[in-house]
Ligand binder design. Structure first.
Ligand SMILES: *[C@@H]1O[C@H](CO)[C@@H](O)[C@H](O)[C@H]1NC(C)=O
Length: 318
C-alpha cells in the first residue's frame, strides 16, 4: 500500500510529506520550531480569498515597468522554497509574490476535500492574482505540481510568460489513479508511520535525498528540505494527492502566452527531465529550455545561480 502511495506521489513530483507533531525526534522538533527567515517574515502578509486565509510573501520590485512574478510551489512545498529567488528577482520585476497554497506553509487549511481539487486551487491563485495590480502583466513560475496549477492559470488569465520547473508528467497510470481513490481511506497514523521510517537517518534520510537527488548537497540545504518535509501536514497532503486531476495535454494549446521556459534536472527522479520533451510537443511554439546537470527535484534551492540566471535571461527577452 505504501508503494502505491509512493508511486502516486512520485508522479506528482513529490515525496512523502505527511505528518503530525507526535513521535518526532528532538532534532526534528528543533527543525520544526525554526521560524522562517527574517526576510520572509518581513514581507509576509495574509490575504483572504474565497473563504481561505492564505499567506503570501509580497516583495516590491525595482523595475516598475516590468511584470509581476508569481511563484507557485508544489505538493508538500511552501512559498519559502523560493527564498533564493525572491531577493534576486526583485531586481528584474515590478513585484515578486510567492504564495502558500491552501493548507501549506503558513496558509490555513480546511477539512473539505473538494477545496483541494486542482481547479479549486487554481481558483484560489486566480483570486490572489486579482488582488494585485494586474495591469503590470503577470509571469507565473511553477515548481512541480505548481507547474500544473500555473498552466491552468494561464488558461484563465492573460500571462506574459510561463516558467515550469521540474514539471510532473501529465498522465497518471491506472494504478496511480487507484492509489488516489484509496488514499482517503488510509488513516493518518498509518501514513505517519511510513513517513517516520522514511525520515530515518535525518539529514541523510531517504525523505531528503529522494528530493534533493544527491547526498552531496550541503548540510544547510538538507536541513531546509527536512524542515519542509516535516511542515507538510498529512491531512493536507492526502487531500492534495487524492484530488489532483491532471489536465489533458491540449491545455498547452489554450494557454495565453507563447513564451515558455522549461527547466529540468538530470538527477530528478520525481519529475524526470524527459517530461520536458513531452511538454515541448504539446506547445504551439518552441520553448526555451534548460537542463541542469547534477540537480535533483529542487534546483531552485540546490542550483540557485543557474535557475536565477535562466529566469533573468528569459525576462530580459521580454
Ligand atoms: C550525511 O552524509 C554525509 C556525506 O555522506 C556525511 O558527511 C555526513 O556526516 C552525514 N550526516 C549525518 C547527519 O549523518
Amino acid at each position: 500500500m505504501s508503494l502505491t502511495i509512493l508511486a502516486t506521489a512520485s508522479i506528482l513530483g513529490v515525496s512523502y510529506l505527511f505528518l503530525q507533531k507526535q513521535d518526532l525526534t528532538p532534532f526534528e522538533k528543533e527543525l520544526l520550531a525554526l521560524p522562517d527567515s527574517k526576510y520572509i517574515l518581513e514581507h509576509t502578509r495574509m490575504v483572504n480569498v474565497r473563504g481561505h486565509r492564505l499567506r503570501i510573501i509580497d516583495i516590491p520590485g525595482k523595475k516598475l515597468d516590468k511584470p509581476i512574478l508569481l511563484l507557485i510551489h508544489g505538493l508538500g512545498g511552501q512559498a519559502s522554497q523560493w527564498e533564493d529567488q525572491l531577493e534576486f528577482l526583485r531586481n528584474q520585476a515590478s513585484r515578486v509574490v510567492a504564495l502558500d497554497l491552501l493548507g501549506c506553509g503558513s496558509s490555513q487549511g480546511e477539512s473539505k476535500w473538494k477545496s483541494y481539487d486542482t481547479d479549486e486551487l487554481v481558483s484560489d491563485v486566480t483570486a490572489v492574482v486579482n488582488t494585485l495590480d494586474i495591469n503590470k502583466g503577470i509571469i507565473a513560475i511553477g515548481h512541480s505540481y505548481g507547474c500544473i496549477i500555473s498552466t491552468i492559470l494561464a488558461t484563465r488569465i492573460t500571462l506574459q510568460g510561463l516558467i515550469l520547473i521540474c514539471c510532473p508528467k501529465l498522465h497518471l497510470t491506472k494504478r496511480e489513479k487507484r492509489g488516489q481513490k484509496l488514499l482517503p481511506f488510509i488513516p493518518d497514523w498509518v501514513i505517519n508511520r511510513a513517513r517516520r521510517a522514511d525520515r530515518k537517518g535525518g539529514l541523510n534520510s531517504t525523505s531528503v535525498i529522494r528530493i534533493l537527488g544527491t547526498t552531496d548537497a550541503n548540510e544547510e540545504i538538507k536541513r531546509r528540505q527536512l524542515r519542509w518535509n516535516l511542515m507538510s501536514r498529512t491531512p493536507v497532503y492526502k487531500r492534495f494527492m487524492s484530488r489532483a486531476t491532471m489536465p489533458s495535454t491540449d491545455i498547452f494549446k489554450k494557454i495565453s502566452t507563447n513564451r515558455v521556459l522549461l527547466i529540468g534536472a538530470t538527477e530528478d527522479k520525481l519529475a524526470p527531465s524527459s517530461n520536458m520533451d513531452q511538454i515541448e510537443k504539446y506547445l504551439q511554439e518552441p520553448p526555451t529550455r534548460l537542463l541542469i546537470q547534477g540537480a535533483g527535484h529542487m534546483p531552485m534551492v540546490t542550483h540557485t545561480q543557474q535557475v536565477n540566471s535562466a529566469i533573468q535571461d528569459f525576462l530580459a527577452q521580454q
